[in-house]
Design a protein around this ligand. Structure first.
Ligand SMILES: Cc1ncc(COP(=O)(O)O)c(C=O)c1O
Length: 386
């Protein structure tokens, strides 16, 4: 392959890092965590996280990927013999079931087809007729299908049950969609660093409501590292129970300062614009969306042309252009490909990836009118931005 090929991420996590300056901040590894200087950074980062989440609830940071906080949301809330209600419509929803099984907790499931949002009415019906449930579990955005769920409607229903917490995996929902933590009654909200927070993988975040703290105080499942109450005490002082991922916390501090300057609403609007433009780009190429309704802002899942394995598109984009996009997961592998919009992506990224996609499709034998999808993306941009 002649010439320079830069590698660029177009995946829904990890996402592109904020900027080179931040990479050097992350490399500043010679920091001790039991110092006044680090306690200050940690405390400020937790305050900035509250801005990012738009909440006054406690927010905690753990050194783990997002799944660690998902596990903690189960081990901290439940006691043996209690049950949970889970809404699934994709691979990440199914992760709740694996976690429940690992802890011997019975999960009652509302399973919606891939490509659809979780059926909130069915969850409400089970909540009313098949309880009690200690907690209800859902994704804000199901990244595997690129569909957004109506957590607001679910939150309003769960509010009526004082002994039931609502747990929202917002790992790709934070920074891409409007989430009103207190107003909608979102008791535990989980995030991850390698998503819209623009830094590498390795940190999980969790916000915890007063209602959830009350339930946590009485829960009995075993827990050790992911002990929310223990971390609450420590993090209130800018400390962590165990060694924190200092370099990532410093990087997160820088990224959240950037996000605060940009404005949380503008970060969300950016993802929404890129998602709308991506849907227009796909339509211009005659490609169908995987989402049947409620397409996410975090990512767009697109069907490969009929008879083509989506892996061929992924491979062509990677080898020809160094552009790394995501294939489908599980049974969706080979059927769809996913373009991400969460975090540090801009409209010029989208011009580039659609131009590259057109060439990739043409090289794979599709009839493509060059420029057609780029034009559609440009038109969406011009319709929103002066
Ligand atoms: C919605 C959702 N939940 C959970 C996860 C798992 O997070 P992690 O890989 O950080 O453990 C992901 C990762 O992509 C995700 O998108």
């Amino acid at each position: 392959m002649p010439g320079i090929i830069k590698e660029r991420l177009f995946t829904p996590g990890p996402t592109p890092l904020l900027m080179d300056a931040q990479i050097s901040t992350l490399a500043a590894g010679n920091v001790h965590h039991r110092t006044e200087a680090f306690r200050k950074i940690m405390s400020e980062t937790l305050t900035l996280l509250k801005y990012y989440y738009d909440t006054q609830n406690d927010v905690l940071i753990f050194a783990s990927s997002g799944t660690g906080a998902m596990e903690g949301s189960l081990s901290n809330l439940l006691s043996p013999g209690e049950r949970i209600l889970v809404g699934t419509a994709g691979k990440f929803g199914e992760r709740w079931l694996g976690l429940a099984k690992a802890y011997g907790i019975e999960a009652v499931i509302v399973e919606s087809p891939y490509g659809q949002p979780v059926n909130i009415e069915a969850l409400k019906e089970k909540l009313a007729n098949e309880g009690p449930f200690r907690a209800v579990y859902i994704q804000a955005t199901e990244t595997s299908t690129a569909v957004m769920n109506n957590v607001r409607a679910l939150g309003e229903a769960v509010k009526a049950y004082p002994e039931t917490a609502l747990v929202v995996d917002a790992i790709t929902g934070l920074g891409t969609s409007d989430l009103r933590v207190e107003e909608w009654g979102l008791d535990i909200v989980i995030g991850g660093s390698q998503k819209a927070a623009m830094i590498p993988p390795g940190l999980a975040f969790v916000s915890v409501s007063e209602k959830a703290w009350g339930l946590i105080a009485n829960s009995k499942l075993p827990r050790f590292y992911f002990d929310f109450a223990k971390e609450r005490k420590n993090q209130a002082k800018g400390e962590t129970a165990y060694t924190p991922a200092t370099t990532l916390v410093i990087g997160l501090h820088a990224a959240l300062e950037y996000i605060k300057k940009l404005g949380r609403e503008n970060l969300i609007a950016n993802a929404a614009l890129l998602a709308e433009a991506s849907r227009a780009g796909a339509a211009a190429l005659g490609l169908k969306l995987f989402a049947q309704s409620s397409p996410a802002n975090a990512a767009t899942a697109i069907h490969a042309p009929e008879g083509m394995d989506s892996g061929a598109i992924v491979k062509e984009l990677r080898t020809r252009f160094g552009a790394i996009i995501a294939n489908g997961q599980g049974s969706m592998k080979g059927q769809i490909f996913r373009l991400a919009h969460l975090g540090y992506y801009d409209i010029a990224d989208l011009f580039a990836i659609f131009a590259a996609l057109e060439i990739a499709l043409q090289k794979l034998g599709q009839k493509v009118e060059l420029g057609s999808s780029v034009r559609a993306v440009q038109e969406v941009y011009l319709s929103h931005v002066k």
